[in-house]
Design a protein around this ligand. Structure first.
Ligand code: ATP
Ligand code: MG
Length: 391
């Protein structure tokens, strides 16, 4: 039996004249997600995107799994394509295709959508005939129109007749690449991969920036970030990662700045270096995984001091979230287990015993200026390492 995916796109509907462009990007993202699974025909009509495998050996379970992570899709249905667009063919297909799910259900109802008005039967008739047949084939079933275990959909569309059960929830959001580009400052922690996912969900194409301080941080710590980005990239598409050699800057910080300002100046340096990389990559914003009050560097005062270091917009999608809420998303996108692997991050190198929770900008800036980081910033920017990430 030939199967097909019918996708409902989401907020795209709201975008009026940009709709076409949105849909093109969504189709491109779908094509990319399915690329290595075989050949597919991806078309759109009647506010539905159709994905049809062009060969028989396609791993359709895997294709569904991939599609479930593509932003811009509210829901999708895995459907059987009837051999012909006739009532006979519908009645031959439905009980076979839905056998397993109907055996596991107690109640059902049938809904018909007839967008091809030339089809001889009207929707109520399609429902009645299909329902009658299913009741005779599966005598244990009862009809429940209000709260059925399974809804059987019969869709008579321009290109064919399709049978499916309840739709599967899609990833939501808007297609990656329709919202511009931004740079995620990514550590090996729990928060920043979640922040990356959340902004990709709003249509942002990601570039990643990671600060590494070998030998204080290990090669394994950097590999962990690559693995996290691979997980994120299953949703966000390909990501270029820049690794910034941060050791000399952190050593200078330790040697030439007051201890209680280490963290805040380090965060400012991260912003300044990231801004330079971001502009070169035509990113319009920076993204961090900060959450208000989580640690000393994430108080309102500290965040204000950090922000002052860059003229770029900084997105902090986790700002109002509790740790547990963030962890729940980390589980969902499967980054949690990797994030809790115990490797040092540069943030845990030379941590002050008593960081300032209410840093005074004037003093922070003066300390940073006196230390004079510029030559080392330039040197770090000359020595970026690039890794291309693709799930
Ligand atoms: P995370 O769980 O993302 O590590 P966190 O709660 O540990 O966050 P911090 O360590 O203070 O908080 O880092 C705050 C944010 O700064 C991170 O979410 C990330 O965006 C950025 N950041 C921290 N360390 C690095 C790093 N080594 N490279 C790039 N960005 C970093
Ligand atoms: Mg961290």
């Amino acid at each position: 039996m030939k199967e097909i995916l019918l996708l409902k796109d989401g907020e795209i509907v709201l975008k009026g004249q940009n709709r076409r462009q949105f849909e093109d990007i969504l189709k491109r993202n779908l094509r990319h997600a399915l690329e290595d699974l075989g050949r597919f025909e991806i078309t759109s009509a009647q506010s539905t995107i159709y994905i049809r495998p062009l060969s028989d050996d396609v791993d359709f379970d895997e294709a569904c799994d991939r599609v479930s992570r593509v932003f811009g899709i509210v829901s999708f249905s895995r459907a059987a394509m009837c051999e012909e667009k006739t009532m006979e063919s519908v009645l031959a297909t439905a009980p076979v295709y839905l056998e397993k799910i109907l055996r596991g259900a107690k109640t059902f109802k049938v809904e018909a959508k007839r967008s091809d008005k030339k089809f001889p039967l009207r929707s109520p008739d399609i429902c009645r005939e299909t329902g009658g047949l299913l009741l005779s084939k599966f005598p244990h079933l009862r009809v429940d129109v209000h709260n059925p275990d399974v809804t059987v959909y019969v869709e008579i569309r321009d290109f064919g007749a399709y049978i499916h059960a309840d739709p599967i929830r899609g990833a939501g959001g808007i297609p990656v690449g329709t919202g511009g580009r931004a740079a995620i400052l990514i550590s090996g922690g729990i928060d920043s991969p979640v922040a990356a996912y959340m902004m990709a969900k709003r249509g942002i194409k990601l570039t990643a920036i990671h600060f590494a301080s070998p030998p204080y941080t290990s090669r394994r710590a950097e590999e962990k970030v690559v693995r996290l980005l691979e997980k994120v990239s299953r949703y966000a598409g390909p990501i270029r990662m820049y690794t910034v050699p941060f050791t000399k800057l952190q050593e200078k910080l330790r040697d030439d700045c007051p201890e209680e300002l280490f963290t805040i100046i380090m965060r400012r340096l991260m912003m300044q270096i990231s801004e330079r990389i971001a502009k070169q990559r035509e990113c319009a914003a920076l993204i961090t995984g900060e959450s208000l009050g989580q640690v000393a560097s994430q108080t309102i005062g500290a965040l204000g001091c950090t922000d002052e270091a860059t003229s770029m917009v900084v997105f902090r999608p986790l700002i109002g979230m509790d740790k547990q809420e963030i962890i729940n998303i980390a589980y969902k996108i499967d980054t949690y287990e990797t994030s809790i692997e115990p490797y040092e991050d540069c943030c845990t190198v030379f941590t002050p015993r008593h960081p300032r929770t209410k840093p005074i900008l004037k003093f922070v800036k003066r300390a940073q200026e006196q230390a004079g980081f510029e030559p080392l910033v330039e040197e770090a920017l000359q020595n970026l390492k690039i890794t291309e990430i693709n799930a």
